[in-house]
Design a protein around this ligand. Structure first.
Ligand code: PLP
Length: 311
């Protein structure tokens, strides 16, 4: 397994990120938090780990332009736009929104940063978003490189294979479980493949922040199958082996309930950890409200999203 040749990678993230212990409010075991919210300032969060591989590939392909998509406050789109600016690539974002703000309207959060770094932005409706692959391919042109939603494909998932190796140099005792927020599946896939690749007996849980368990199991198994096609020495993760925790998406993608916001505030006040309302704030609730699921030494991957808190 260890003889797999790692694909080319750019150095964009501040690595290694710290692994720190926290005591959450309530009667929960000490939580080890992998601070991937500290991967950078503009590049904060999990997406930059995937972009290190995806943008290395874009450069190797001779691309001068990157095209990607996501929700109007997508962390992935913001990270792509900022990294593209850093690498002198142009960037075109397809952002999902049924009622786009006028160009001159003030914007907040990730969208404000997309504009600040000069990304070209096309707003598309939820219906149009179903055809995003075709829209992005058409916008890419001959020198364009298309990155799928969330950077979640076989190449991007290497970001979290590598994160597992980083973690192994940091923990004194292996955790009883590794937990992350799951939105497009690449982070969960990378952690699961990375753990299996090193023959570690640690369950990996993704907390669904949208969609349902069967949808994510199928998506993550597909990423794993694609990774095995490309790098046959990697272990394959089957649908039935993928652990998705349901019950925390609340009102749905990017919809916040007062109870969720109250938990974000209580964690911030008691630990100083800043969670975002769309991903980490929902996912960490699983550890707060069902600690029994994850054993006595859980590890949470804080995947960032801070600008969503300011949107
Ligand atoms: C802050 C944050 N956390 C978690 C996720 C989920 O990661 P993934 O898309 O790899 O499932 C995302 C993106 O979707 C994100 O922006």
């Amino acid at each position: 397994m260890s003889s797999v040749i790692e694909p080319a990678r750019l150095r964009l993230a501040q690595l290694p990120t710290p692994l720190e212990p926290y005591d959450l409010p309530g009667n929960t075991p000490t939580l080890w938090v992998k601070r991937d919210d500290l991967t950078g300032t503009g590049l904060t969060g999990n997406k930059v780990r995937k972009l290190e591989y995806l943008l290395a590939d874009a450069q190797a392909c001779g691309a001068t332009r990157v095209v990607t998509c996501g929700g109007i406050q997508s962390n992935h789109c913001r990270a792509t736009a900022i990294a593209a600016a850093q690498l002198s690539l142009s960037c075109h974002l397809f952002l999902r929104c049924d009622a786009p703000p006028p160009d001159e309207a003030p914007t907040t959060g990730n969208l404000a940063l997309d504009r600040l770094v000069g990304a070209e932005i096309t707003f598309i409706t939820h219906d149009q978003y179903r055809d995003r692959a075709q829209l992005m391919a058409a916008a890419a042109g001959p020198k364009g490189y298309v990155i799928p939603e969330g950077g979640s494909n076989a190449l991007g998932t290497w970001g979290y294979l590598r994160c597992v190796d980083e973690l192994r140099t940091q923990w004194r005792l292996p955790p009883s479980a590794i937990v992350c927020a799951t939105g497009s599946g690449g982070t969960h896939a990378g952690l699961a493949i990375g753990v299996r690749r090193r023959e570690l007996d640690i369950p990996v849980y993704g907390v669904a922040i949208c969609d349902d368990a069967p949808t994510f199991q199928a998506r993550i198994a597909q990423i794993s199958a694609e990774a095995c096609d490309r790098w046959p020495q990697l272990p394959q993760i089957k649908e039935t082996e993928i652990r998705v925790v349901e019950g925390y998406k609340g009102g749905g993608y990017a919809v916040s309930h007062p109870d969720e916001l109250a938990d974000i505030a209580s964690v911030a006040r008691s630990t100083g950890l800043l969670l975002d309302p769309v991903y980490t704030g929902k996912a960490l609730r699983a550890l707060m409200h069902e600690p029994g699921l994850f054993g006595d030494r859980p590890l949470f991957v804080h995947t960032g999203g801070i600008f969503g808190l300011l949107a």
